[in-house]
Design a protein around this ligand. Structure first.
Ligand code: ARG
Length: 569
């Protein structure tokens, strides 16, 4: 594709003798296209060139050599150069590129030879997989696909919380109450009930906590009966999660969780000792982080046990050795901000700063209801993620039965829309904000939602079906796409790769989500203003081809977010 910014920067570089790459970074897109397709703010050069910005602007304009086939015209407005690109060049370059690459349009190889490790989902086993796990699973899943599309060797890790006192609690609870629940027919449900009850009763009865500790100690020591029980609980929990992962299209390359690192902590503790970083403090062994304005990182508790941070240190060391990563991304809630700062700092002090500079904690906000209250936290009742996804699917089924009862493959389509709606709602705002969970908003087919994008895509498909053909690129008269509404669409399609890359750079899938809304809305405007199926064959061909191209980009974009695209609805 023609790189307009690069062309502009190259010509300005020739006139000013400044660095082309630098100049390219200064190029802006004006808020209103009447002010040009691009703008160059000359005040950025005032210091280097020792002239007033308007003078620089005029001098550049007078001396620049522009290829009319690429740049149509340049205006000087104050200290700005307003640059208008040749629309036919834009139309041609975009359509050609999409026709050539199809589903690969927007991909790149900037990640070639680089490894991006993404840790996400990572639920605590034996605790319910509830709505709180939605965000990490969906944000991480989108990043996994986005990095992959940019050519990275991408590795997805599910760092299961499969070790810790919660197993002591569950196993103790089962030994006390196994006859009170239906373990035979509903094992997972019974385990969860046991766990919730244990947590409640333990508040009044500290002996229970003691009992849980004893069981966990047995587990740590490797007592065969208890280990067997732990293995069983772990297995049925994972089987249970798989159903949710299947609905959400989540893929992982490894399920090595905290338990996996249980026997790998000695070496990291040894290393900390050798590097003189461990300090005794109130009976615990800690790394002092006072200099960095952080509380100490506890590595061994006063009870002599290792903890969450110890396992994360061991896991990070292992990942360095195993993957030699270029990026390691932890998609974990905002409330663990300090934990990751501490872990990263300790590793840095150990001498791994090269790798720590490649690590990022990608935090996100809570899921709240319309009133702003955290969902799933009340009275220990959890809202299971699987139930919510199924509820969404059923709601969509009802809508389909009402609006389009004869639709074929209703179940499959309802799944794509229902699950897609939940995923999109999660990704549509910047991740650090709390996500508002409100059915009316999530399933609004006219709102800024997943179903809306899917609906626009289905529109593009039905237009092509109605016409009965997809025109050939060679037959398109590019002049027929010069109206404002088409150009708006083409400009958006032109920047697709830039948008994806930006989403990766900021680890912010919402950038792509917002873009897909913009593109859908632009298509809707185009469609309302202009007849696509018309008597005028050259016009119809051109508009149909644009319709096809919009469909390609919407589908790719939606899939990068982890959603699926229905062909009909
Ligand atoms: N299992 C943890 C939880 O549910 C999240 C794990 C985050 N990842 C990590 N490397 N500590 O809170």
């Amino acid at each position: 594709m023609i790189n307009f910014k690069e062309e502009i920067a190259e010509q300005i570089a020739k006139v000013t003798n400044l660095n082309k790459k630098e100049l390219e970074k200064y190029i802006e897109v004006p808020p209103n296209s009447d002010l040009g397709d691009y703008a160059f703010p000359c005040f950025k050069l005032a210091k280097d060139l020792r002239k007033a910005p308007p003078i620089i602007a005029n001098e550049i304009k007078e001396n620049i050599e522009i290829d009319k086939n690429i740049i149509e015209r340049i205006d000087v407005v104050g200290g700005y150069l307003n640059i208008y690109i040749n629309k036919e060049a834009l139309i041609k370059t975009v359509l050609k590129e999409v026709a050539e690459k199809n589903e690969q349009y927007g991909s790149s190889n900037i990640g070639q030879g680089k490894t991006a490790v993404i840790e996400y989902s990572s639920p605590n086993i034996a605790k319910p997989f509830h709505i709180g796990h939605l965000r990490t699973t969906v944000i991480g899943g989108a990043l996994y696909k986005i990095y992959d599309f940019l050519g990275y060797n991408t590795i997805g890790l599910n760092y299961l919380g499969d070790w810790g006192l919660q197993f002591g609690k569950v196993i103790a609870g089962i030994s006390l109450w196994k006859d009170e629940y239906d373990f035979e027919n509903d094992e997972m449900g019974s385990i969860l009930k046991t766990y919730i009850r244990f947590n409640q009763e333990e508040k009044e009865n500290p002996e229970l906590t003691q009992m849980a500790r004893v069981y966990f100690k047995k587990l740590e020591k490797g007592e065969p009966e208890i280990v067997k029980q732990w293995e069983h609980i772990r297995k049925i929990s994972i089987d249970n999660y798989q159903r949710t992962y299947k609905l959400l299209n989540s893929k992982f390359d490894s399920y090595n969780g905290e338990a996996y690192y249980n026997d790998k902590m000695d070496s990291i503790i040894e290393e900390l000792k050798n590097k003189k970083l461990l300090k005794e403090s109130q009976g615990a062994k800690v790394v002092d982080l006072e200099k960095y304005d952080m509380p100490p990182c506890i590595v061994i508790t006063s009870a002599g046990t290792t903890i969450y941070a110890t396992r994360d240190l061991a896991a990070l060391k292992d990942r360095i050795n195993k993957y030699d990563f270029d990026k390691l991304i932890y998609v974990v809630g905002n409330e663990q901000q300090l934990h990751f700062k501490q872990v990263f700092k300790v590793m840095e002090l150990m001498g791994y700063e090269k790798y720590i500079s490649r690590c990022t904690h990608v935090p996100f906000g809570l899921v709240v209801d319309k009133e702003g209250e955290k969902i799933g936290s009340r009275k220990g009742n959890s809202v299971f993620l699987e139930d919510i996804l199924n509820e969404s699917i059923n709601k969509v089924k009802d809508i389909i039965n009402e609006k389009n009862p004869l639709l074929e493959n209703k179940d499959e389509i309802a799944k794509k829309i229902g699950v897609g709606a939940i995923i999109f709602n999660d990704l549509s705002n910047s991740r650090i904000k709390d996500e508002i969970f409100d059915w009316d908003m999530i399933l609004n087919f006219q709102g800024e939602t997943g179903p809306y994008i899917q609906y626009i895509y289905v529109r593009t498909r039905s237009l092509l079906n109605k016409a009965g053909y997809i025109p050939k690129l060679e037959e398109i008269n590019f002049n027929k796409l010069k109206e404002k509404e088409s150009i708006n669409i083409l400009k958006l399609i032109y920047i697709f790769n830039e948008v994806i890359q930006n989403a990766a750079d900021k680890n912010e899938p919402s950038i792509l989500a917002r873009y897909l809304i913009d593109l859908s809305q632009s298509f809707s405007t185009f469609y309302n203003e202009h007849k696509i199926i018309t008597e005028d064959k050259p016009v119809q061909d051109a508009r149909l081809f644009l319709t096809y191209v919009v469909g390609v980009v919407l589908k790719t974009g939606v899939q990068l977010l982890g959603m699926e695209m229905p062909e009909r609805m």
